[in-house]
Design a protein around this ligand. Structure first.
Ligand code: ATP
Ligand code: MG
Length: 409
């Protein structure tokens, strides 16, 4: 059997299809030009540093690498959120910004994720602004949140450039290109909806496409639905991303403002997803503590019919949760639909479906409807095996909808 290169290539597609040249980079060519020109003419710039900020997964880190490549510069890279202490940061960076490279090539210094530096180490950011004063080479910093706590000393010394989210059409065309290269069967509308639900986050889109490709070998609209509810619940996902990724109080607080969900639902969304994002014990404990306080206010508000308490509920579950972490978490997190709401939402339409299935099961097994209902979870497990599933479906004469219902039970 011929094993193709692609089959044996297990890299994540975000790596495999990381653009190799500036031309392949999707997004505002103006911004790309701006950054390129700033580095090119660094000797004559007003600032020695550039702060490139924008939402996660839109290519900030990638762009800096491409710019270095394009201009033939050697890149020196530190990830500020990985640097544990001021001292460690100082020693490596100070050398880097002052000493010529061994190869004699010019350097570009990348300080990635400056806004993610530990907030415990308060001096970190002012340390960086001091290092900017000493640099002999252009410094580019990246951040999700240029306005996070303590960022003003850095902002003041930098040319602040925002990278905009990748336009849905650009995400879409990139996904199609990759699908073609992978020889993947896809419905155009399905790829489009992956692009749409990514909300400008190219990395999220690539991850979604790859996960469907690997799981099912094709991309259809039905399968996209399986990914979750990000399309219809776009606002909520965006709010979650902001709350979890920022440490800035007002950013987090504003994130929940425009969300078209009631406070109870929003509460469930946040509670469900905190453990997905906050992996450190203390962060999780603190965030849950804040949520429990929000819950107390929520309860009092209802029992006392005192709706003025609502503002505390909102502030606690947005800003309160966002400042519960010591530092921001990097990378992509797939948020999920709250299981509690899923159960509630199911109730009406699905009660009927459940009853229909139970009737069918009950008839075949000669049991009462309620006993049959109790058997649905077991059916769900049995039907994970493909040949058993076929037999069961045939025996019980199940419809597509009913099969789906059992599968998701
Ligand atoms: N504008 C883009 N054009 C093409 N590919 C992109 C673009 N943005 C992101 N990608 C893809 O997504 C991956 C992740 O992008 P990158 O790490 O540069 O994002 P980022 O903005 O630095 O995110 P974070 O804020 O989380 O650090 C890249 O390796 C690339 O595959
Ligand atoms: Mg990055």
């Amino acid at each position: 059997m011929k094993i193709s290169y692609q089959m044996s290539d297990t890299r994540p597609w975000t790596e495999k299809y990381r653009p190799g040249t500036v031309k392949e980079f999707r997004g505002s060519s103006k911004t790309v030009e701006k950054v390129l020109n700033w580095v090119k003419n660094w000797d004559n710039q007003k600032t020695d540093a550039l702060l490139l900020h924008g939402e996660p997964g839109i290519g900030k880190t990638t762009l800096v690498g491409l710019v270095a490549e394009e201009l033939g510069l050697e890149i020196f890279e530190t990830n500020a959120s990985d640097v544990r202490t001021k001292k460690a940061l100082q020693s490596s960076l100070e050398q880097a910004v002052q000493q010529r490279s061994l190869t004699g090539r010019k350097k570009l210094i990348l300080i990635d994720e400056v806004d993610g530096m530990s907030s415990r180490d308060r001096g970190g950011k002012s340390q960086i602004s001091k290092i900017i004063n000493k640099t002999k080479f252009p410094i580019i910093m990246t951040a999700n949140d240029a306005y996070a706590n303590g960022m003003q000393s850095i902002r003041r010394k930098s040319n602040v450039v925002q990278l905009k989210k990748v336009h849905t059409n650009s995400v879409n065309s990139r996904l199609k290109e990759i699908a073609e290269k992978e020889g993947l069967e896809y419905e155009k509308s399905a790829v489009k909806s992956i692009a749409r639900r990514a909300g400008g986050d190219m990395r999220a889109a690539l991850n979604d496409l790859q996960s469907l490709a690997e799981k099912h070998g094709e991309v259809t609209s039905d399968l996209v639905k399986e990914l979750g509810y990000r399309d219809t619940e776009k606002d909520v996902f965006q709010a979650l991303k902001l709350i979890f990724k920022t440490t800035n109080i007002s950013t987090a607080k504003n994130a929940v403002d425009g969300v078209d969900e009631n406070y109870d639902t929003l509460f469930e969304w946040i509670r469900e997803n905190i453990p997905k994002e906050y992996k450190k014990k203390n962060d999780l404990a603190e965030a849950m503590d804040v949520m429990s306080k929000a819950d107390v206010f929520k309860g009092r508000m209802v029992t006392r019919q005192n709706w003025s308490l609502l503002k505390y509920v909102y502030v606690l579950m947005s800003a309160g949760v966002s400042v519960s972490k010591e530092e921001k978490y990097r990378g992509f997190t797939r948020y999920s639909y709250p299981s509690k709401i899923k159960k509630m939402g199911r109730s009406k339409a699905s009660r009927k479906k459940r009853k229909d299935i139970s009737l069918k099961v009950g008839k075949k097994l000669h049991t009462s409807v309620s006993t049959a209902t109790d058997l649905i979870p077991f059916l769900s497990i049995l039907m994970e095996k493909e040949d058993w599933k076929e037999n069961i479906v045939e025996h019980l004469d199940l419809t597509e909808d009913e099969i789906k219902f059992i599968k998701n039970f």
